[in-house]
Every structure is written in C-alpha cells, then in structure tokens.
Design a binder for this molecule. Structure first.
Ligand code: SIN
Length: 490
C-alpha cells in the first residue's frame, strides 16, 4: 500500500545521499523563507564540497547497476514515481506556493506540468533505439548504440522548483544515468519532497542524490562536481553568466552540457492580428509565475496603427489582476521570490520612466501586502536605450515598444544576445511563414502564448544556451553513441 504524505511529512531538511537523509558534514544549516511574509519555513542542510563528493561517490557506486537495469524496469520505476506525484498533487502544489510564492492553482499546475515530463520519459526509456549501419564491406557488421553518459549533475532554479528538476532527473534516469543534484537555495523543499517520492517509487539507493547549499556555499559544492571526472554531464537552468561559468569550469574534464539560460523574449503584435487573442496570449505568457519565467515576454512590440488600442485593452486587463498571497484562492499574482528580485524590477521601472516611458497601470511596490510584492505594470513609450530592453526584468512588467513595419520589428526582436522564446500575432499566412523563419530563437509562438509541453523540444540559441529538454530530442542529451564494428564474419 502506498504511503500518503501530508505536507509536514514531505518537508525534509537534510541531504539525500545513497538512499539516506543525512545532515551536511559541517552540520551547518540555512533558512528557507516564505516570500510572502519573510517568515522562516525550515532550516536545511548547508552543504559543501564534502557533501557533493559523497553524493558523487554514491552515484558512481550505483551507476553500473542502474545502467544495466532493463529499460522496461527503469520505466516502471518512473511510472510509479509519476503516480506518486499525481497522488500528492495538492500537497506538492501547496509546498511550491509556500516556498516559491506562486498562487496555489499555478503551484498545482506546475506539479501536473512536472509530472508530465516524468510520464513522457518513462515511456521514452523503452524507445532508446540504435542503428544497424548498412553494410560497407564484406565480413564487417557495423552498428550504433546509445548508452547513458554516466553521472549527471542537475542544477536547478527557483522559479519552477518541481518542474525543472523533474524534467532533468526523469530523462537522466530513463537513459540509465545516475544523478547528483542541487536545487536553488530559495526553493530546496519541493525538490527534496520530489526525491522522497522517487525513492518510494523504487529509485535505488545512490541512483539519485540531492544536496542543498546556501548562496555562499553553493559555488564550492558545484565546483567539486565540475572538477570531478566521474561526473560526465551538467544540466543547468538559470542565468547566462552562471551557464558560461559552468561551461568554462567544466572544460577541464570536457563534460557534456545542457544549458537552459536567460531569455529576453520579444512579443510582436502586427496590425493584422486578432487583438483580443493577442492580449489574452500576452496575459498568459507574461504573467505566468508573476513574470518570473524565462520564456515570459520581456519586450512587447506593437505596430503603430494598433498601438493605442492594444495598450488600452492590455492596461485594463492588467489593472484587474489580483495580487495576493498564494493562500488566497483568487490570487493571480503572488509575491516575487525575494527582495533582490523586487529591487531589480523597481530599478528597471525607474530607469524606463526616467527615459520617457509612461505608466499605464502599476509602477510601484505593494508594501502593504508584504515585503516582496510588485504591482502588475504596463509601460507605454518603451525605447531600446532602457535597461528593460536589454535585460530580463523577471517580473510583472510589460514595456510596449512601437514599430512601423515588419522588417523593423524583426530587427528589433533579434537585436539581443539571447534567443530562447519569441511570440508573434498575425493572421497573414505568408507573414507567419516569413517571420517564423527569421526570428532567432529556440521556441516560436505563433498566435499562441503557452508553448511549453513535455512533447516539445525546449531550449534556446545564441546566449540562451544549448541542449533541449522534453520531447524525443530531450533524451539524446543524456546519451552517448557507441559505434560497434564486428569483423571477420565472412
Ligand atoms: C523556465 O522558466 O525556466 C521554464 C519555463 C517552462 O518550462 O515553460
């Protein structure tokens, strides 16, 4: 009979290494806080290199066994994990809301989203095909087979504390890799809860290991993995500077890398667009997780002839959003993750106003609600010299830029080192074909604001990183190809 966990049972504060919950070797702990109030929720292990090394040792011992476990049996474990996640969807959703701040409906939605990757890769585990290479010489047989890369280090962000780690661990385990991981310091509790369920589902001791570390100690823990030649792959979601650091520092042992990094997503509204649909698409993509999503539009370009009408429609919808703690059933926007996040949003908005932007709605902190709330904001008159044009604001702020023609819109959209998501709205089929080819990005939303799916390849181009998550392509990042040549057969 499957154990049913309540919220307090799911809250684990120690590292999970070799199938056991253990404190950090130093005995140190750090506080995880509720972003809505600043109250401390738990004190979790503050790990260092010794803990990272212990996790790698366990993963190395477990690797030969997990690698040689039949794909069908690995799939069964993942299916059981998926069922356990679904069985705890409400509780996990509440835990996400508690430590990350997103409204409960979104927290629960994230559980379903994360679980979909586990189910997807459970099925993919049994479809890791190779190739028989057509014969080139008599007496020689040639084939290509796919093998797990080895130990994978998964380093995950705070904005989707369940989905991001699920979509890294699930393909790794499906491929036959073992895992060491570190969730973001703001949101380790959801990750630990997920690991608890994975263990209960039958992931063997050592195959999955997770350590938490504070902002101060995380770099040294991760460095141990970067330098350790037994760790064969790093999978990371987070900022571009950290992604570049990981690429540089792991070069010493030439690890395989998947880097899902920052974006600066453009959202283009052409004058032939269905404006109501464009506003709805923008609301869905921009205000998901309060704008703290790397595929959230950061720059909205609207063609001059429909600019005022679009701005008006949008400002009304944004002004009506309910900002409240996750516990309020009507909440649509929760608190931002921490004080630094609100300071950045505030800095971007002040800078934009100083350079001539007009506030159509919002434009201020909501200090009466709690320490980390910011009002959903629409700014008209945005220009390329503003900070929010070059950097991700990662908050509920929509800057509206005006453009005259298609070429100008595409040039502006591509004028960024990043290339994760892009969106555009148009009803002209020729334009749709042209623009979707010219936009420099890994993901293109055409008359659609919600792109993410376990069945679709997620990842960027340019400085938004490389590698893909989800879909049939997502597994390749955890596999290497071995060519086998057998001779003397004739
Ligand atoms: C992210 O913000 O990093 C991921 C968003 C998604 O999976 O849709």
């Amino acid at each position: 009979m499957t154990q049913r966990y309540e919220l307090h049972d799911l809250i684990r504060t120690d590292n999970f290494i070799d199938g056991k919950w253990v404190p950090a070797a130093s005995g140190k702990r750090f506080a995880v806080t509720d972003p809505a109030t600043g109250d401390v929720i738990a004190q979790v292990a503050d790990s260092g290199p010794t803990d990272a090394r212990a996790a790698t040792d366990a993963a190395a011992r477990a690797f030969p066994v997990w690698r040689d476990t039949l794909p069908k049996d690995r799939a069964d474990v993942l299916h059981r994990w998926h069922a356990l996640i679904l069985g705890h969807a409400d509780t996990l959703g509440r835990l996400i809301s508690l430590e990350q701040g997103k409204p409960f409906a979104e927290g629960r939605g994230e559980v379903m989203y994360g679980a979909s990757y586990v189910a997807w890769f459970a099925n993919e585990a049994t479809r890791i095909y190779g190739d028989i290479i057509p014969q080139q010489q008599r007496g020689k047989s040639m084939s290509a087979v796919k093998e797990p890369v080895g130990i994978v280090a998964a380093i995950t962000p705070w904005n989707f504390p369940l989905a991001m780690i699920a979509r890294k661990i699930a393909p790794a385990l499906a491929a036959g890799c073992t895992v060491v991981g570190k969730p973001a310091e703001d949101t380790p509790l959801t990750a630990f809860a997920l690991i608890l369920l994975a263990h209960e589902a039958g992931v063997p001791a050592g195959a999955l290991n997770l350590i938490s570390a504070s902002r101060d100690n995380a770099p040294a823990s991760v460095k141990d993995w970067l330098d350790d030649s037994r760790v064969r792959k790093i999978t990371f979601t987070g900022s571009t500077p950290v992604g570049k650091y990981l690429a540089r520092e792991s070069a010493g042992t030439l690890k395989k890398l998947s880097l899902e990094l920052g974006g600066n997503a453009p959202f283009i509204v052409f004058d032939d667009a269905d404006l109501d649909a464009a506003v709805s698409g923008l609301m869905a993509s921009k205000f998901r997780n309060g704008g703290q999503t790397c595929v959230s539009p950061n720059r909205v370009y609207v063609q001059a002839s429909v600019y005022d009408q679009f701005a008006d429609l949008l400002a009304k919808r944004v002004a009506a959003l309910k900002v409240a703690p996750a516990t309020d059933p009507d909440a649509q926007i929760g608190p931002m993750i921490n004080a630094r996040a609100v300071e950045k949003i505030e800095r971007h908005v002040f800078d934009a106003i100083e350079r001539g932007a007009q506030v159509l709605t919002g434009g201020n902190r909501l200090t009466e609600r709690g320490p980390n709330y910011y009002a959903p904001t629409v700014l008209a008159g945005a220009t390329p010299d503003m900070h929010l044009s070059c950097e991700e604001t990662f908050g509920p702020v929509v800057p509206l830029f005006r453009f005259d023609d298609e070429e100008q819109a595409i040039r502006a959209a591509n004028d960024t080192p990043f290339g994760l998501a892009t969106y555009f709205y148009s009803q002209d089929l020729r334009r749709i074909d042209r623009v979707s080819r010219l936009l420099e990005a890994g993901l293109v939303g055409i008359n659609e604001g919600a792109l993410s799916s376990e069945a679709a390849p997620f990842g960027g181009v340019k400085e938004s990183g490389y590698g893909r998550e989800g879909s049939k392509y997502g597994l390749d990042d955890y596999l290497s190809i071995k060519y086998r040549c057998q001779g003397n057969l004739a």
